[in-house]
Design a binder for this molecule. Structure first.
Ligand code: DCS
Length: 288
């Protein structure tokens, strides 16, 4: 029987129902995280939970549990569901109250859920590379908050899929921001460029891991904006994201990137990333 976390307790998934006046359901009034699990271990769990707390605070919500409590709950969930390779999705909404745009009274209890899903690493796509389209970024000006309001991201991803592509790379007036569910970097003359962590992008945890890898291995990186022209002319382009990992982009808007195969630096970053995962997660947990 699949278990989930519902308001701090392990519960049977089939028994939990969402209230029709849950503010997450009605308004998208809440925040979420997706955390990767490798070999039964949370990968960069602390960073994700820290971001969840910051997202909640940015919309005037307080998490109902401490980060340590949440981590304990998540590890228990991994154990009972016997998850080895996959993700944990967690979400906190402002709770259930009669529909009203105003925040509900202070005693309204946030609704906190987490569930697991098995998922393998996207190894075939990471080896071959994937294609993308460019789209206008029509989102709001607080993309740094991991809010439940994902409609513009969904529209962008759907458009990419209908064009036979993996991701939609968004831009504001020709300046690249990020993918619909990933961050974007380019490589030009051996130097990586990625959008600075401002209000216009989600400060991706995988992006942070990638920055750390670059610092540790003397790969030059500039957190600077770049244009659609620079993107199309770049030697290499890659995405970073929790489920995407480090994903080479070999074609954008039907135009080849570099020679149309994954770039050398991108492949190097993939190897370093795999090492980071091994450092954290190579020893199986007791339950496996
Ligand atoms: N940008 C956006 C808009 C995202 O939604 C995500 C992650 C990222 C960047 C990459 O951030 P992480 O490296 O922290 O994952 N999106 C999550 C999602 O909604 N599904 O999977 C990952």
């Amino acid at each position: 029987m699949e278990k989930i976390i519902y308001n701090g307790k392990l519960s049977e998934r089939a028994k939990i129902k969402v209230d029709i006046e849950d503010r997450g359901y009605q308004f998208g009034d809440g925040v979420y995280e997706v955390i990767r699990v490798y070999n039964g271990h949370l990968f960069t769990g602390d960073e994700h939970l820290q971001r969840l707390m910051e997202s909640a605070e940015s919309i005037g919500m307080k998490l109902p549990y401490s980060i340590i409590e949440i981590k304990t709950q998540l590890n228990e969930l991994i154990r009972v569901n016997q998850l080895s390779s996959g993700i944990i999705y967690l979400q906190v909404t402002r709770g259930v109250s009669q529909r009203n745009h105003l925040f509900p009274s202070a005693d309204t209890v946030p609704v906190f859920i987490a569930y697991t899903r098995e998922m393998q690493r996207p190894t075939a796509a990471m080896e071959k590379g994937v294609s993308a389209i460019s789209v206008e970024d029509i989102r709001w000006l607080r993309c740094d908050i991991k809010s439940l309001n994902l409609l513009p991201n969904l529209l962008a991803k759907q458009k990419a899929s209908e064009a036979g592509c993996f991701e939609a790379i968004q831009h504001r007036n020709g300046v690249v921001t990020e993918g619909s569910s990933s961050n974007v970097s380019i490589v030009v003359d051996g130097i990586i460029k990625t959008h600075p962590a401002t209000n216009l992008i989600l400060n991706g945890i995988t992006r942070k891991v990638m920055l750390e890898i670059c610092r540790q291995n003397n790969i030059e990186i500039k957190e600077e904006t770049f244009t659609i022209e620079e993107l199309l002319q770049a030697d290499e382009v890659f995405l970073t994201g929790t489920t995407t990992e480090i994903m080479p982009i070999i074609e954008i808007d039907k135009s080849k990137i570099g020679n149309g195969t994954p770039g050398t630096i991108t492949k190097q970053l993939q190897r370093y990333f795999k090492e980071k995962v091994a450092e954290c997660c190579s020893v199986p947990t007791k339950a496996q």
